[in-house]
Ligand binder design. Structure first.
Ligand code: SF4
Length: 281
């Protein structure tokens, strides 16, 4: 059962080393979409012991009021919205916290970058076109509905995200389609560059096998495709195999990009790396 709480916080601009801004802003704590592979699940600052991720949202009702004051004090050059939450999740329609925040950033001439996967962002097109939205990283994917049901059952469907990306591009908003997570032996890149022909660059992030709940993620994948069990298990323990699989994926993406005359970036996580969530509150 989803739980919503109105909360007051003491600070809304949080310094960050992510590189997409000097501060992050998160209008909510928690997320209605509750993706299984969400990095925030492992973040001890925002995760709760008594409520699973995806089942609570704190609405930071005084965030706009705080932002007005903190902008003057901190003079941010660029802020990143949505590092640990989805700014355009359904509850935003009721509270309009993100809307107020975008209005304040525009009013003070502060550049911003947004991470999202929600087509509801289109409700704020005018705010995005006011001249300070530097970039939107819009997450999408194209795995089948059975995989989606296991990995991100509550997030918006891929078709509507694809359409939202196209609309943003046609409106002149700078948007980077962010294809994530790339699932070995499942993801299909043929046609992705053509489908999003208006995008100059598409970024790809491979499934992070270092996530603390990677076994739960693998269970969901192999429950849909049992024949992948062995290969996924091997990805966990065999560095050579892991490297080879992701190299092949990179090659496929490179070829798809070349034939579409587009740019791409791909992020492949280190084998056996330590999972460190760089996103802050
Ligand atoms: S939408 Fe983003 S913040 Fe929300 S659960 Fe999914 S990955 Fe996490």
């Amino acid at each position: 059962m989803l739980e919503f709480n109105e909360v007051k916080i003491t600070r809304i601009l949080n310094p960050t080393s992510i590189g997409l801004g000097d501060f992050v802003i998160n209008p909510f704590m928690g997320c209605e979409f509750g993706c299984l592979y969400c990095y925030v699940r492992a973040n001890r600052v925002v995760s709760r012991k008594n409520k699973p991720w995806g089942e609570y949202v704190d609405i930071r009702i005084n965030a706009p009021e705080l932002l007005e004051k903190e902008i003057i004090k901190n003079k941010p050059k660029q802020v990143l919205l949505g590092s640990t939450t989805e700014c355009f999740q359904p509850i935003e329609r009721k509270y309009k916290i993100t809307e107020k925040i975008l209005g304040i950033l525009n009013k003070h001439g502060v550049n911003f970058v947004i991470l999202t996967r929600s087509p509801a962002i289109l409700d704020y097109l005018e705010l995005l076109k006011a001249g300070f939205c530097r970039k939107i990283y819009f997450t999408l994917n194209n795995f089948g509905p059975e995989f989606k049901a296991g990995l991100e059952p509550k997030s918006p469907d891929f078709k509507s995200r694809e359409q939202a990306i196209k609309t943003l591009i046609s409106e002149g908003v700078s948007v980077v389609p962010y294809f994530s997570p790339v699932l070995p032996f499942v993801s299909d890149f043929s046609g992705i560059f053509m489908k999003l022909e208006g995008a100059q660059t598409i970024e790809f992030e491979c499934l992070n096998f270092n996530l603390p709940n990677i076994r739960d993620i693998i269970s969901k994948i192999v429950s849909v495709a049992p024949s992948l069990q062995q290969d996924y298990e091997r990805m966990l323990r065999d560095r050579e195999f892991y490297t080879k699989v992701f190299k092949e994926i990179e090659e496929d993406i490179k070829n798809a990009a070349l034939s579409a005359k587009k740019r791409y970036n791909i992020y492949i996580h280190n084998f056996g790396g330590y999972f460190k969530n760089v996103y802050e509150k």
